[in-house]
Design a protein around this ligand. Structure first.
Ligand code: B16
Ligand code: MG
Length: 216
């Protein structure tokens, strides 16, 4: 089926909020006296807030009310960081590709696990480029379950086989494959190598190249 729509992940694809998530988790981990490295943070890409916290805690158990407070504290730090975001923080090539897709008459949705996705899009100044938004509030089962992307495709009124998912996380690539989408992986082979097409970034990427390489 010809490609008729794109579903973009946010963190790590359109903007580098992955770095801000890391700094916020790191600050919380330091306060709790838990070692937490940049490498360990890689496992949290695309993973929802609660699961990310449990991974960061590495088996330490806390009562439910404390877990809630820790998630709120981390989100507070994250919100402090993203207050600085502006249109300059779009990753190279993202704006050009979004405009090219729209100009070609294809549809665009967001498929992000983040509950802060709408705020980040607003700060980047690109909300109006999206026909639909699927975020951390949209579905119960998160990536690597396909639900979020299936929800986004439904909002676009397109079947998964007519949509390309663009993802930077292993969990996101698996979610898109499970949903029957075309998948473009952004980043190293070790992380997104299961995608149908792997590219280091969106810089210099043209819509035609993506369609030609996926549809062949
Ligand atoms: P929040 P994505 C994901 O966004 C991030 O990659 C992940 O690190 C984060 O924990 C998750 O959103 C939840 O974010 O705490 O803001 O709700 O990559 O799916 O756009
Ligand atoms: Mg991501």
């Amino acid at each position: 089926m010809p490609i008729q729509g794109f579903i973009f992940d946010l963190d790590g694809v359109i903007t580098d909020t992955a770095e801000y998530h890391y700094r916020a988790w790191k600050r919380l981990a330091d306060e709790l006296g838990i070692p937490f490295t940049r490498e360990e943070n890689e496992a949290l890409r695309g993973i929802p807030r609660r699961e990310s916290l449990l991974l960061m805690l590495k088996g330490r158990s806390y009562p439910e009310d404390v877990l809630t407070e820790l998630m709120e504290r981390k989100n507070g730090y994250y919100l402090e960081f993203i207050r600085e975001i502006s249109p300059c923080d779009l990753l190279p090539g993202a704006r050009e590709l979004l405009h090219e897709i729209r100009a070609a008459g294809l549809k665009i949705a967001l498929g992000s696990a983040s509950k802060n996705a709408r705020e980040v899009l607003e700060r980047l100044g690109i909300t109006d480029l999206f026909d639909a938004i699927a975020d951390g509030y949209s579905v119960t089962r998160q990536k690597p379950a396909p639900d979020l992307f299936l929800h986004a495709a439904r909002l676009l009124d397109l079947p998964p086989t007519a949509c390309v998912v663009v993802e930077d996380a292993t969990a996101g690539v698996e979610a898109a494959l499970a949903g029957g989408f075309y998948v473009v992986g952004i980043g190293p082979q070790e992380r997104v190598g299961r995608a149908h097409l792997v590219i280091p970034s969106l810089s210099g990427i043209r819509l035609q190249d993506i369609c030609r390489r996926l549809e062949q």
